[in-house]
Design a protein around this ligand. Structure first.
Ligand code: MRU
Length: 366
C-alpha cells in the first residue's frame, strides 16, 4: 500500500472471514508506511496489542472480541464437550486480558464474549462458535454507532471556525470510522465547520504526531502538530476553544485515565477557562472502579523515552526512567463526559449512573 493512500479508506481492525484472521493496520509503521497485517494465532494477537500495532481503547476491545471468536473456532475443533471447550476458552481469555492493563475495553469485550459462551452452553459447539462470531461483529458495530453519536453530541459543544486541541490518538485509528475525540471534528468537517485542530505530539510514543495528524490530514482538516509543552502558550494566545480527548477508563466518579499528559492539559485548560471534554463510549465507563486511585496504570519500556525516535540515545546510559503510559485526570478538571447516550456533567456519580441506565434501557428495547 502506498504512503499516499488515505488511512480513512482502510479499516483499523476487521475480521477476514476467508482466512479466519484479524486484519489490522500496523500502527507502529505509521505515518511512513500504511500496511495491513493478518493475525491468526493468540500469540500474534497478544503481541499486536502489547507492541501497539493495534492500540487505543476501543480498537483493543474490538480486536479482543475477534480474537476470542478465532480462539473459539480452534478450541471447538478439539473439544469433546462444552466444559472442555470452556476451560480452554477461559484460558485464552485470561491470556489476552494480560496484554495491557489500563484500557477497560479489553476486559469489557472479553467479559461480553464470556457471557455469550456461557449463555449458549446447552447448544452444540458449532452453534456456540457462531454465537461468539455474531457477538464479536456486534461489538464492532456498537463501536461504530457509538463513535457517530459521540460526534453528534460533541458537535453541539463547539462552533464553526473553533480551534480544537486533542492529545494522543483517540481517532479512527483508536477505534472504527469516526473515532472518539475526532468524531466531532469529522462530523464538523462534513458540515463545513472549518475547525483548526492542534494535535499534541504526545511523547513518548508520538500517537498525536504520527497517527492523529496523519488521519486528520488525510481527511482534509486543517491540522497543526505541537510539542506537548506548547499547550499553555497556545491557550494563552486564545487559539483553543475546546479540548477533546478520549479515555481508557472512566471511574464511577468521573476520574478519567487517558494517555500520559492528559491531566496536565486539563489543568492548563482550567487555568485558561477552556472546556475539557472527555469522549467516552459507555464501553469505557467502569462503574466498578469507584475513583481514579483504583485504576492500574501501565508502565512501559524505558527505551520509549530514551531511544525510540533518536538516531543516538538521548539520555545517559543507566539513568532511571519513569514511563507511565497513562495518567488520571481528576473529575473536577473535566467540563463534561460525552457518551453515546448523552452528555454527562458534574456530579458524575449521578450523571454517569444515568448514562448507564439509558444504555441498559436501550438494551432492553432491542
Ligand atoms: O497507549 P495507547 O496508544 O493505546 O493510548 C491510547 C489513548 O490513550 C487514547 O486516548 C485512548 O485509548 C482513547 S481512544 C478512543
Amino acid at each position: 500500500m502506498s504512503e499516499k493512500q488515505s488511512i480513512m479508506d482502510i479499516d483499523t481492525v476487521s475480521l477476514d472471514e476467508s482466512d479466519h484472521s484479524i486484519v489490522i493496520i500496523d500502527q507502529t509503521l505509521l505515518p511512513y508506511e500504511t500496511k495491513t497485517i493478518h493475525l491468526t494465532s493468540q500469540k500474534q494477537i497478544w503481541d499486536a496489542i502489547y507492541t501497539l500495532q493495534v492500540r487505543g481503547a476501543p480498537a483493543i476491545g474490538v480486536t479482543a472480541g475477534f480474537g476470542m471468536y478465532l480462539a473459539a473456532r480452534e478450541i471447538a475443533e478439539k473439544a469433546d464437550s462444552f466444559d472442555d471447550f470452556y476451560t480452554a476458552f477461559k484460558k485464552a481469555e485470561d491470556y489476552l486480558d494480560s496484554s495491557r492493563p489500563t484500557a477497560v475495553n479489553l476486559s469489557w469485550a472479553l467479559k461480553q464474549m464470556d457471557k455469550v459462551a456461557l449463555a449458549n452452553r446447552d447448544k452444540s459447539l458449532p452453534e456456540v462458535v457462531e454465537a461468539l462470531h455474531q457477538e464479536s461483529v456486534r461489538i464492532q458495530e456498537e463501536d461504530i454507532r457509538a463513535c457517530h453519536k459521540l460526534g453528534e453530541y460533541g458537535l453541539t459543544l463547539v462552533k464553526p471556525g473553533d480551534g480544537l486541541l486533542t492529545h494522543c490518538n483517540a481517532g479512527k485509528l483508536a477505534a472504527t470510522r469516526y473515532g472518539m475525540a475526532t468524531a466531532p471534528m469529522y462530523l464538523g468537517q462534513e458540515k463545513g465547520y472549518g475547525f483548526h485542530v492542534y494535535c499534541d505530539e504526545t511523547r513518548p510514543v508520538l500517537q498525536g504526531a504520527r497517527l492523529t495528524a496523519r488521519e486528520l490530514m488525510d481527511s482534509g482538516i486543517d491540522t497543526t502538530v505541537i510539542c506537548d509543552n506548547m499547550v499553555s502558550s497556545l491557550m494563552k494566545e486564545g487559539k483553543i476553544q475546546a479540548v477533546f480527548v478520549g479515555c481508557d477508563r472512566v471511574a464511577a466518579n468521573g476520574d478519567t485515565a487517558n494517555k500520559i499528559g492528559t491531566s496536565g492539559v486539563a489543568i492548563i485548560a482550567k487555568h485558561y477557562g477552556v472546556p475539557m471534554y472527555i469522549m467516552a463510549p459507555t464501553s469505557t465507563i467502569d462503574m466498578n472502579t469507584k475513583t481514579g486511585d483504583e485504576i492500574h496504570i501501565e508502565q512501559r519500556n524505558p527505551d520509549e523515552v530514551t531511544e525510540m525516535w533518536y538516531k543516538r540515545r538521548m539520555a545517559p546510559e543507566g539513568v532511571k526512567v519513569y514511563n507511565p503510559a497513562f495518567d488520571v485526570t481528576d473529575h473536577e478538571l473535566i467540563t463534561a463526559i460525552v457518551t453515546e447516550f448523552g452528555i454527562a456533567r458534574a456530579p458524575y456519580t449521578e450523571s454517569l449512573k444515568q448514562m448507564m441506565e439509558r444504555k441498559a434501557e436501550a438494551g432492553r428495547q432491542q
